[in-house]
Design a protein around this ligand. Structure first.
Ligand code: ADP
Ligand code: MG
Length: 835
């Protein structure tokens, strides 16, 4: 059948030319048909899809959006959301995504844990998708977070939901290699950053530019817009194009027109999801507070942890040094729960480690400063305990917002001092925070004071930490703006010191001074320490006026100390997490003894000889300082004559090493200010160099003056000689020699012994004239020795020099350069001629 068919076909298309034309037509037609859809698939279809989505933007109805797919979103985004288990938008997402897609500026406010992150990440992805952004287009969207941890967390969420897009995303935060970041940043489409680091790139990285930026997002916008970041943010905004879209999100949104003007928002859409809600905190959050004295707080915390060992807890403190000290002692107190610490003085890697550690753990307590107060989404936190009163109601709301997130439950406990109660509670009520007072059962309080005292007695470092904790806490209270809540003068300082394990309260100079001023007492005579206290006070006052917020102060402090830790200045044991610490504690008192890097988290910091040496130097310096401070007489030695009279007293050690006015930075702590010491040494070096330099200059001038003087004398003498020669018609060789001898001498005074024996000179001259042969030979020898002809010497040195040479020759025993026999012959010849 098949063959027949073929034959029949062959008969039908017998003309090969016609056949070919037919075939070609068919081929061209089919090519056209296949080519068109191919082209569309590449970019036309994409464009059509985008257009279809954009066309739907105007019809977005938030009320009808039940699922994410109800929004006109790209397939890639919806897929990413589903894969990350996000199906239904939360209220803030529902209400803001539409506006953001329509390219409007948005101010979004919703309670903590209500899903604000996706409310801006989805529009970011859609914006770049809409503009078909590629790696070649560079930076398209910028997301600014107030802390590194929050930036990191946002980056992780973006990675999850945006994984089907081809955009590149980068995390630009401090504590990482700037150079490495610089190489990548200009090719990054979405940058998530902290303000300081971003500005650093803008200032220092020539390849980084944001001129094509389409979208700017400020997460925790009110924090980024507050005083602490004001200058940095203004500088950043200067570098951004005005045509961009801006989104602002926070649980405590800014309403300040001035702030919004700074960002040049264009008719922004205000979305206040919970504006009419009864409370400003999550409904699933139970909140209470207790009032206790400052010196009871540590016992309170210990007792609380002992009774919540199965829970996940965050404890907020006022300052880093408090966290550092209490973390250390609580590790040793072993409350029965893992203790972790997160604060700005840790190196970045440690911060990330602690963050991830706490995310993973089911039961643990995290001691933290306010760097953990905003935005962080630790899963399943049961309790937020505020050991120190927050700066204001907003900070309170953000701190407690670390629990009861996204429909989960949570509890919060605030510890207040009697002096703080009224002011703080009225602020919270104003902000619609439902909080109840509860009582502490004093019988249930476990005292840890004696244990702390014992720790401090064992470890000097610990004692210093306790002192720093004491001072830092007082300073943080002193710096608080709201004086209705925070009154440092009402604190019972000796009791507080004792509760930290200190035998005596460290002296706090700025507080003494402030107290004096408060009581209207005349300031004492302005001694150096007082001047220092004054300066301290002035800078604190500037801060209180609002130049810098206390949060920013902490961040500034953080940067410095981070360096310290990275340099290995702080003991390695501080870098261990509590779990690791507990393991070590099981082995009795091994905290101070063990120095091995069991968990390999140290990067060999222990090995750093630098750090060791520095510590050694610092301690020596400290010893010297102590001795000087007490004004001991060191190495004083008296020598007596036989009659018992003192003839020599060794000088007492000078105080220039440690001037009075440059005593320890704080005064209140016994820590050493190595930086000040370095500076002092540099200054001393500079002074020494300066003196040495001027001494050398003086010496040079003196030499120059002498030479000039000598040259003048020579010139006048020569003139005299010439006159004399003209008058007498002959030269007096002796006088000539004198000049030469003087010139060649280095001593200022003329030494006649340097003059040659006049007789020899005369003999020699005679010899020269009488024996031309010897003179020729001598000339030849002289030229060999000096590497040039006698004439040359004459030209270079002048007559004086020539004669000096002759004088030198004659002053030495006469060496004719001849053999002994020749010498004898010569002498006989001379004697013969003389006679
Ligand atoms: P906020 O920034 O408002 O404090 P987040 O964006 O951190 O809140 O989200 C809080 C929690 O809610 C996160 O764990 C997040 O995964 C979860 N979440 C956010 N949006 C959704 C959603 N649409 N569906 C389910 N969970 C969500
Ligand atoms: Mg957030």
């Amino acid at each position: 059948m098949r063959i027949k068919k073929a034959k029949a076909n062959k008969n039908v298309n017998s003309d090969p030319v016609k056949n070919f034309e037919k075939w070609k037509k068919r081929y061209d037609k089919s090519r056209k048909q296949t080519k068109r859809p191919n082209k569309k698939r590449d970019w036309e279809i994409e464009r059509e899809n985008i257009q279809k989505l954009v066309d739907k933007y105007a019809e977005i109805n938030p009320k009808e959006a039940v699922k994410f797919s109800d929004f006109p979103l790209s397939k890639k985004t919806v897929k990413g959301l589903l894969e990350a288990q996000y199906r239904q938008p939360t209220e803030i997402q529902r209400q803001t995504i539409g506006f953001a897609l329509q390219e409007k500026d948005v101010l979004g406010a919703a309670k903590t844990g209500s899903g604000k992150t996706l409310a801006f990440l989805i529009p970011v992805l859609e914006c770049l998708y809409r503009h078909q952004w590629t790696a070649m287009d560079g930076l398209g969207a910028l997301i600014i977070s107030p802390t590194r941890e929050l930036a990191y967390q946002t980056f992780e969420v973006l990675r999850k939901v945006g994984k089907n897009h081809e955009f590149s995303a980068g995390l630009v935060i401090g504590g990482k290699d700037l150079k490495e970041e610089s190489l990548k940043i200009h090719r990054t489409n979405i940058v998530i950053c902290t303000p300081g680091r971003l500005l650093q790139h803008m200032d220092e990285n020539s390849t980084f530019h944001a001129s094509d930026l389409r979208m700017l997002v400020l997460d925790e916008a009110d924090r980024i817009l507050d005083m602490g970041f004001a200058d940095t943010l203004n500088a950043i905004i200067e570098n951004l194009p005005k045509t961009r879209q801006t989104l602002l999100f926070s649980a405590t949104q800014t309403k300040s027109v001035k702030d919004l003007a700074r960002l040049s928002l264009k008719d922004p859409e205000y979305v206040w999801v919970h504006e009419k809600a009864k409370f400003s905190t999550p409904a699933t959050l139970e909140q209470s507070y207790v009032v206790c004295e400052l010196h009871q707080k540590v016992d309170m915390l210990f007792s609380f942890l002992r009774s919540h060992v199965q829970k996940k807890i965050i404890v907020f403190f006022a300052c880093c040094k408090e966290v550092q000290y209490l973390f250390r002692v609580f590790c040793r107190l072993r409350p029965g729960i893992s203790v972790l610490a997160l604060h700005g003085k840790q190196p970045q890697l440690k911060r990330v480690d602690v963050y991830n550690d706490f995310v993973r753990k089911k039961a643990a307590v995290l001691f933290a400063t306010d760097i953990a107060a905003r935005g962080l989404d630790f899963p399943a936190v049961n309790w937020v305990l505020q050991f120190d009163c927050p700066e204001d109601a907003n900070t309170y709301i953000h701190r407690v917002g670390r629990t009861a997130r996204y429909k989960e439950g949570g509890e919060a406990l605030l510890i207040l001092l009697p002096s703080e109660e009224q002011g703080m509670i009225s602020q919270l009520q104003e902000k619609k925070v439902p909080i109840n007072k509860i009582q502490v059962n004093p019988d249930k309080l476990v005292s840890v004071q004696q244990k702390l005292e014992a720790f401090l007695a064992q470890e000097k470092e610990q004692k210093e930490r306790a002192q720093r904790c004491f001072v830092s806490y007082l300073r943080s209270i002193y710096l608080m703006k709201n004086k209705d809540v925070f009154d440092v003068f009402q604190l019972q300082l000796p009791e507080y010191a004792t509760s930290l394990g200190l035998a005596v309260a460290p002296r706090v100079r700025f507080l003494d001074k402030a107290q004096q001023q408060r009581l209207g007492e005349a300031p004492e005579s302005s001694t150096a320490p007082d001047r220092e206290a004054d300066q301290e006070l002035e800078s604190f006052k500037a801060q209180l006026r609002g130049d810098r917020t206390s949060m920013q102060l902490e961040e500034e402090e953080e940067d410095v100390d981070e360096e310290e830790e990275e340099n290995g200045e702080l003991p390695r044991s501080l870098l261990h997490s509590a779990e690791e610490q507990e393991d070590e504690d099981l082995d009795l008192d091994l905290l101070t003894v063990k120095r091995r890097d069991v968990f390999n988290i140290d990067d060999g910091q222990d090995e750093k000889p630098d750090a060791k040496q520095r510590n050694k130097k610092a301690s020596k310096f400290k010893e010297v300082k102590k001795v000087l401070k007490r004004n001991f007489k060191v190495n004083t030695k008296k020598v007596f004559t036989e009659d018992g009279e003192t003839v020599q007293e060794w000088p007492q050690l000078q105080r220039t090493v440690m001037p009075e006015d440059e005593d320890e930075g704080d005064g209140e702590t016994s820590g050493i200010n190595v930086e000040a010491a370095k500076e002092r040494l540099c200054r001393e070096d500079r002074e020494f160099d300066k003196k040495e330099y001027s001494r050398k200059i003086k010496e040079k001038h003196r030499e120059k003056r002498l030479k000039e003087k000598a040259a003048r004398r020579e010139a006048s003498k020569r003139a005299k000689e010439e006159k004399k020669q003209e008058a007498s018609g002959g030269g007096d060789e002796d006088e000539d020699e004198e000049v030469v001898a003087y010139l060649s001498g280095v001593d200022e005074e003329f030494d006649p012994s340097t003059l040659p024996d006049p007789d020899k000179v005369r003999d020699s001259e005679d010899m020269k004239s009488d024996c031309p042969e010897l003179a020729r030979r001598k000339r030849a020898r002289g030229s060999n020795n000096d590497g040039g002809s006698e004439d040359e010497h004459e030209g270079r040195w002048g007559t004086g020099r020539k004669k000096a040479k002759q004088q030198a020759l004659q002053a030495e025993p006469l060496d004719t350069g001849l053999s002994l026999a020749e010498d004898e012959e010569l002498v006989l010849h001379l004697l013969g001629s003389q006679s």
